[in-house]
Design a protein around this ligand. Structure first.
Ligand SMILES: NC(=O)c1ccc[n+]([C@@H]2O[C@H](COP(=O)([O-])OP(=O)(O)OC[C@H]3O[C@@H](n4cnc5c(N)ncnc54)[C@H](O)[C@@H]3O)[C@@H](O)[C@H]2O)c1
Ligand SMILES: O=c1ccn([C@@H]2O[C@H](COP(=O)(O)OP(=O)(O)O[C@H]3O[C@H](CO)[C@@H](O)[C@H](O)[C@H]3O)[C@@H](O)[C@H]2O)c(=O)[nH]1
Length: 871
């Protein structure tokens, strides 16, 4: 048989260009490209082709409707063909077995089925899609099982190696063409048929015949090797940044070793495209299925490094712009995954934009080839928030309008036109300081620095200030003013550290007389040294009032050290105070010195990115990390997103460990035992400390139980807050420490936890209360709970009710009851006795003023039994 008629199933980035080139090289062969997507076929038949590839338009326009056809009539094309390419998509599976890693073979299988049921004559079926090893065997099975009498099929593997943006050149001038075939006479004959087609323009020695499985694996391996080079060089950018080496010089040097070669060594924000990640994950999955764990882990690292690189770049943008891009405008240059294509699949730009949008940045995006519709749908998909995308994203028609009035330019794609822009003009139109983050290292950074830009590349930082200006000296001792909310406040500088280059520092400041939760790292320009002759209190009268609007001024209040220590153990409110106790012991001073600097400034837990309030003694390098990634279920912590992603794959929890002791609707409470679930409870204490100033329990958790409140959805039980409780409390304390995580504060969860603690006391048959003394705000939370419960009890009693009765019914201890009723002005001291003196009308009036709880404990849903100490 001589092939005269070719059908290609799939008119995508591979099917379209490949068949156009075949038609252009073989005018005597009729080539029909079919697709189930009529819109795509209509585009192939129009003046505006569905994909942009240099040189492709000319070929398509010259051969279309001569020997090149695009059609939706799949069945006719199959019937007429001698040889059929399967060029359909093989994306990563999104559900079921192998989800997130294995290739989804449903389109290939569907194509094979259609071929088998439609074909009325024998065909050569060529697997062009990238597939797992031994896919040809599965295709053969489907074909044989469904074939008609007298019809036979021979399956070949002919993977495609074109890269987008250079597809035509790669196809016309291919380095090699692989043809995998069966070692049978019919297999060899089919191989020769396909080879003869390629031989029309590819030299014979570049057409390589091999076993089918080798051909299939070679495709996956090629992509894995290419991606591995990029991840390898990208891994060095982080090292260059710290050491001052230049990654381009390193790449140049190693590329000159002929054994290594110069290609695919361009450091970048990360690789993208529809193939690399998908094919490596496919390889990893195959290895895992074959129990080759070490091999799987080796290749997985290539993908993980890529994730790390994208995250590192974005984080650097945020950190450099004073740790906040919220409400700032950033011009994003490039949205496609590489230059010369409009394809956005797995584009690193998508990740960068998503992360910046999460932080509330306004994005002005410009890409010369990406369609608006595509860009918006990509961002809608990753953010799952169309309203946010609509509000924060603007698509620009040129790079100049994108940069106008923006704070920064972020280069995500290496389009040549970005190298030729008038950066002096752009600089004038931007807000100052004007930043450029070059994620592709394509610009002249010295030139940009001379213009005045603050330039950050993937491996270095160049600050124009370090070159052009004399640095103001900022000493670590002495008096300072530090910025907050655009105003200057008296402050103490506690520590400084270099950022990006060894000459640029940021400063950890404590605002005088303010809560330490406000302590933070500031860039140099936001910290001013005050000569000793000048009183730092003087220039900031306005600022003091601003601060007191946020933090109540309680500087006159006196507290004992023990009071102070307990103060934050009950934490339900956003506010807290820092009043210096009269006498602070040496030990306390030492502890303070050790915990003065809050290194961890934010945590990512579940869907929340939370600013932390206080130092927490996370061990080793974790404690010094600016950000921690925390598993919301087991509270495992990591310094990098990739580490958490890896962990999440393995983590067996989707709720806290321990027993679910309460479940009502979406509210759930788990009991974790400090002895049995020691690591979890320790992690919980470390997490809590980030929001509590004086918490001291971290590691000796055995004597406590922890009640973790969660909100449950399809994904799992998400931690909201917790309280700890001594297993055996001689003082009848039913809460030792209570915390509601900041995103959930002010929603009534604190009161719910308090209510639950009393329900437990009722089951224990004791009257109890929280460890005392309480903080002002802890007291407020408790008072609001106590008032509500007590008034309800009094109001619903027909007869006289005594404080002892109330205590018995509510498990609230008598002194807390007395204190609350006193506070409500409902108690009188008559004849050596306290009496509740109130009419029903007064009671009703007081009741009306109280805020009702948002949640109630459904006692029928409690599954808890008192702890037996003997056990
Ligand atoms: N994009 C590249 O640069 C590239 C390079 C080499 C190899 N590959 C591999 O080639 C394959 C195709 O990739 P692509 O980028 O062209 O994908 P694509 O998504 O651009 O195109 C695939 C096309 O197949 C069509 N299709 C799916 N099922 C069909 C069916 N049953 N009948 C008819 N049409 C059907 C889809 O509608 C789509 O238009 C993948 O396996 C990919 O890994 C891609
Ligand atoms: O030194 C480099 C080279 C590439 N990239 C990035 O890597 C990604 C992939 O680039 P490239 O390989 O050029 O594009 P693809 O079109 O994805 O092509 C790859 O994937 C195809 C699909 O399997 C294969 O056919 C090709 O041979 C293989 O190069 C892009 O984001 C590039 O910007 C770098 O960051 N640094």
């Amino acid at each position: 048989m001589t092939v005269k008629n070719i059908c290609c199933i799939g008119a995508g980035y591979v099917g379209g260009p490949t068949c156009s080139v075949i038609a252009n090289q073989c005018h005597d062969i009729r080539v029909t490209v079919v697709d189930i997507n009529p819109e795509r076929i209509a585009q192939w038949n129009s003046d505006l082709l569905p994909i942009y590839e240099p040189g492709l338009d000319e070929i398509v326009f010259s051969r279309r409707n001569k020997n090149l056809f695009f059609s939706t009539d799949v069945e006719t094309a199959i019937k007429e063909a001698d040889l059929i390419f399967i060029s359909v998509n093989t994306p990563t599976k999104t559900c079921g077995e192998g989800k997130g890693r294995a290739a989804d073979m449903r389109y290939v299988e569907e194509s094979a089925r259609t071929i088998a049921t439609t074909a009325t004559s024998s065909k050569i079926v060529v697997e062009k899609s990238t597939v797992p090893v031994k896919a040809a065997e599965s295709i053969s099975k489907v074909l044989v099982a469904n074939q008609k009498d007298g019809v036979s099929f021979e399956v070949l593997s002919n993977p495609e190696f074109l890269a987008e943006g250079t597809a035509v050149e790669n196809l016309v001038n291919a380095d090699r063409v692989l043809i995998g075939h069966n070692e049978t006479p019919t297999g060899r004959a089919a191989f020769r048929e396909l080879r003869d087609i390629y031989m029309r323009w590819i030299p014979k020695e570049r057409i390589i015949g091999m076993k089918t499985w080798s051909s299939e694996l070679s495709k996956l391996a090629s992509n894995a090797f290419l991606a591995q080079r990029i991840s390898s060089i990208n891994s060095l950018t982080a090292l260059c940044e710290v050491t001052g080496a230049d990654v381009s010089e390193v790449a140049y040097a190693i590329g000159h070793d002929r054994r290594i070669g110069p290609n695919f060594l361009e450091a970048s924000v990360g690789f993208g495209g529809s193939c690399f990640q998908k094919d490596i994950l496919n390889l990893v999955y195959m290895c895992e299925r074959l129990s080759l764990r070490e091999v799987a882990a080796y290749w997985q690292q290539v993908v993980d490094m890529n994730e790390y690189q994208k995250e590192r770049f974005t984080k650097k943008i945020i950190e450099t712009m004073f740790h906040s891009v919220s409400d700032k405008s950033l011009a994003i240059y490039g949205f496609s995954f590489k230059k010369n294509t409009g394809d956005t699949r797995e584009s690193p730009s998508i990740c960068v934009c998503k992360r910046l949008l999460d932080e509330g940045a306004n994005l002005n995006i410009y890409d010369p080839k990406v369609m608006d519709k595509q860009l918006i749908s990509d961002l809608n998909r990753v953010t799952c928030n169309q309203e946010k995308v609509k509000r924060l994203v603007k698509i620009c028609r040129d790079p100049y309008s994108a940069a106008k009035n923006s704070h920064a330019i972020v280069i995500c794609t290496e389009w040549d036109e970005f190298k030729k822009l008038k950066y002096e003009d752009i600089f004038k139109s931007m807000k100052k300081p004007a930043y450029i983050f070059d994620g592709r290292k394509i610009l002249d950074h010295d030139y940009l620095s001379r213009i005045g830009y603050e330039v950050y590349t993937i491996d270095t930082i160049r600050s124009n200030r370090s070159k052009n200006k004399t640095r103001e000296s900022t000493e670590v001792s002495g008096k300072y003013l530090a910025k907050r909310n655009d105003e200057w406040y008296p402050a103490e500088v506690i520590q400084k550290r270099p950022v990006q280059d060894p000459n640029t520092f940021e400063y950890y400041v404590h605002y005088t007389n303010c809560d330490r939760r406000l302590d933070r790292w500031l860039p140099q320009e936001e910290v001013k040294f005050i000569p000793s002759s000048q009183d730092p209190e003087e220039p900031a009268p306005a600022s003091t009032s601003t601060i007191s609007a946020i933090i109540p001024d309680i500087s006159n209040r006196k507290m004992t050290r023990t009071q102070k220590k307990r103060l934050d153990e009950i934490n339900e409110s956003l506010m807290d105070t820092e009043t210096e106790p009269q006498e602070i012991s040496a030990l306390e001073e030492e502890r303070k010195a050790l915990t003065k600097v809050k290194y961890i400034t934010e945590i990512r837990i579940g869907k929340y990115l939370i600013d932390t309030w206080y130092f927490s003694p996370y061990p080793d390098e974790y404690g010094k990390s600016a950000k921690l990634w925390i598993c919301e279920y087991c509270l495992f912590y990591a310094r990098y997103a990739v580490s958490l992603h890896l962990h999440e794959r393995e983590c067996e929890f989707n709720n806290p460990p321990g027993t679910e002791v309460y479940r009502s609707g979406a509210i759930s409470i788990y009991e974790a035992d400090g002895r049995v679930h020691k690591l979890y409870c320790q992690n919980l204490c470390l997490l809590a400390k980030l929001f509590l100033d004086h918490k001291t329990l971290f590691f000796d958790v055995e004597a406590f139980k922890f009640y973790v409140l969660c909100v449950v959805d399809m994904a799992g039980a998400h931690i909201v807050g917790f309280f700890s409780k001594e297993k055996d409390s001689p003082d009848c304390f039913n809460v030792a420490c209570l915390l509601v995580l900041p995103p959930y504060q002010k929603h009534g969860y604190g009161r719910l936890l308090i209510a639950f603690s009393y329900e437990l006391s009722k089951l224990e048959g004791i009257v109890a209360g929280p460890e005392t003394p309480l903080s002002d705000l802890g007291l407020l939370a408790y008072r609001s709970y106590w008032s509500w419960v007590l008034l309800q009890e009094i109001y619903s009693s027909d007869d006289e009710v005594s404080i002892t009765d109330l205590s018995f019914r509510t498990s609230i201890n008598e002194s807390d009851i007395l204190d609350t009723l006193n506070w409500l002005n409902l108690v009188k001291y008559l004849k050596n006795n306290y009496c509740i003196c109130v009419t029903r009308e007064t009671l009703l009036n007081v009741f009306k003023k109280l805020k009702p709880p948002r949640f109630f404990i459904n006692t029928a849903a409690i599954r808890w039994y008192p702890y037996d100490n003997a056990m």
